[in-house]
Design a protein around this ligand. Structure first.
Ligand code: FAD
Length: 517
């Protein structure tokens, strides 16, 4: 009778409920009134998906994983949770968080990537925007917009197997952010299902408090089911350049020059690498092609334990004269103080450049290290402390690298909307620092613990030295720490929570608020 009453629950649910030895029958009692067009899955595979993420450090089992047909299903799920005393709901984008942020212990995980609505990627060429489902992958948005319309979003992440809703809940940054701001800055409208179970459209001028709450809101105020993202004409090609520095001051001076002057590259990022022949973290990681080589004998004698490079691109089109492109590149590189003999260049299609991390993923999957834990640390550090950070952290604590890329490049806070929920260090220029650690295949627990401990050491060093910094993808366990993270924006964050998710149903894996009745 119970099963018959939940007529809209899919056949798949019924399949799992009969075959799961777990408390599936009890769970079905929970969901007998849940009336959705999508499916609810209690099976081992679904639960395993809902309880894992890219970080591989945390695992919290949900009761079930829901594949919604669309926003209305998500509204039903949240309303259902509102009627229970304890249920929580976590949107899971592509699970690329590193600290369990998309998990919901004994709650419901919504598999956003599988939402049917994501297939609709609607480009409006006249007004230069695309409407896209919250669970769509940025890589699919790129391919659809470029191949069918010759258009593309303005601001990206380095890796595109991330969902639109997932990055907009954080910020979404890459080498275009100095010009266009993070991805949250090129969104003009959202459709959101709030923690009250209401589906709402919001923008700068309509339900604006919800709009800005959700952008960078760590999933706390609503689930993004659609985003309107601004587009620009996509170039055919990019000139892709890396120039090396031994002196941090020269590196930061040039990076800041490039991000603040009018005429500049289309993409500016910076990396730190180890002054050694390590294939992952050292000299061999710098050249762009197999026919280029890094000759360490040409490095100055003053070079320290770590070196730096700027990564730059310039857009161009197939019909552009190569000599004009060369001239433009030379002009833009003109005043930079990188080391002679250490300029690496190649040409790439625009799409291949934006999808460049796919090759890294393929290789890492092949060697098994894509699936092992990734204790990553991302932070924003004020320009005023970046020299000291380099001296104390990069050249010292991290002088042997992190067995993966270390990124550091400047961003401009004026390109970020301070009405969004993201918090930044003070001042116009701040640096992103990303420690993208990979473990070895079959890592020992001690290896993972050492990496986590080194992250903690870095954070503690920043605190001890009074550096002005914020964690990006923040992860804290206590309210005191969250309060300190948000600083004078904490009250605003709490007010927003009260308004849009008063029972603290959403994104419990962030561990900011506790579910209440
Ligand atoms: P998830 O990890 O699934 O979710 C993240 C959080 O957002 C969770 O709290 C979840 O509940 C919430 N959430 C998910 N979907 C929604 C939604 N639709 N509405 C509301 N809340 C939602 N970030 C950058 O900024 N720049 C980079 O260059 C970059 N490169 C990366 C490269 C790799 C290889 C990886 C693994 C990550 C990278 N990231 C980068 C981090 C990435 O932005 C975050 O992992 C982000 O969380 C997006 O991942 P996701 O879509 O899988 O979201």
């Amino acid at each position: 009778a119970l099963l018959a009453s939940s007529s809209l629950v899919s056949a798949e649910v019924l399949k799992h409920s009969f075959h799961s030895p777990n408390p599936a029958r009890k769970i079905l009692v929970h969901f007998k009134d849940l009336d959705i067009k999508g499916s609810i899955d209690y099976g081992v595979t679904a639960i395993s998906l809902g309880s894992t993420d890219f970080g591989g450090l945390y695992s919290e089992k949900p009761l079930a994983v829901i594949t919604p047909a669309g926003a209305d299903d998500i509204g039903q799920v949240i309303k259902h949770a509102l009627h229970s005393p304890t249920l929580t709901v976590a949107a899971r984008g592509n699970g690329h968080s590193v600290n369990g942020q998309a998990m919901a212990r004994l709650g419901l995980v919504i598999n956003m990537k599988s939402m049917a609505d994501n297939k609709k990627i609607d480009v409006n060429g006249n007004y230069m925007y695309v409407d896209v489902g919250g669970g769509a992958l940025w890589g699919d948005v790129l391919k659809h917009c470029v191949l069918n319309y010759g258009l593309a979003p303005k601001s990206w992440t380095d890796y595109l197997d991330l969902t639109v809703g997932g990055t907009l809940s954080n910020a979404g940054v890459s080498g275009q952010a100095f010009r266009f701001g993070p991805q949250t800055s090129s969104v003009t409208e959202l459709e959101v299902v709030t923690g009250n179970g209401e589906k709402m459209v919001c923008s700068n001028s309509q339900n604006s408090e919800l709009f800005f709450s959700v952008l960078g809101g760590l999933g706390q105020f609503g689930i993004i089911t659609r985003a309107r993202v601004l587009l620009q004409p996509a170039p055919d090609m990019v000139r892709w350049i890396r120039v090396v520095y031994s002196e941090f001051n020269d590196f930061t001076r040039d990076a800041e020059l490039l991000i603040t002057r009018e005429e500049t590259f289309n993409y500016v990022e910076g990396f730190v690498f180890v002054n050694s022949n390590d294939s992952v973290t050292g000299w061999p990681s710098v050249p762009l092609n197999s026919n280029q080589s890094f000759d360490p004998t040409l490095l100055p004698k003053t070079a320290g334990p770590v070196l730096y490079y700027l990564e730059l691109t310039l857009h161009y089109n197939n019909h552009d004269d190569p000599s004009t492109v060369n001239m433009m590149v030379e002009k833009l590189l003109g005043k930079l103080k990188y080391l002679e003999h250490f300029k690496f260049e190649t040409n790439s299609t625009y799409m291949d450049f934006l999808l460049r991390v796919d090759n890294v993923e393929e290789a890492a999957r092949g060697s098994g290290i894509w699936a092992t834990p990734h204790p990553w640390l991302n932070m924003f550090i004020s320009k005023k402390d970046i020299d000291a950070f380099n001296r104390i952290v990069l050249e010292n604590i991290l002088k042997n690298g992190v067995n993966g890329p270390i990124l550091t490049y400047p961003l401009l806070s004026s390109k970020w909307d301070n009405r969004s929920s993201v918090v930044l260090p003070q001042g116009e220029i701040f640096y992103l620092v990303a420690l993208l650690r990979f473990t070895h295949e079959n890592p020992k627990e001690s290896e993972i613990k050492q990496m986590v401990a080194q992250n903690q050491e870095v954070v503690q060093t920043c605190i001890k030295n009074g550096f002005d910094f914020k964690l990006y993808f923040p992860h804290y366990e206590s309210t005191v720490e969250w309060k300190s993270h948000f600083g004078d924006q904490w009250e605003r964050f709490v007010d927003r929570k009260r308004q849009f998710d008063p029972k603290a149903i959403l994104a419990p894996g962030q561990k900011i608020f506790t579910r209440n009745h």
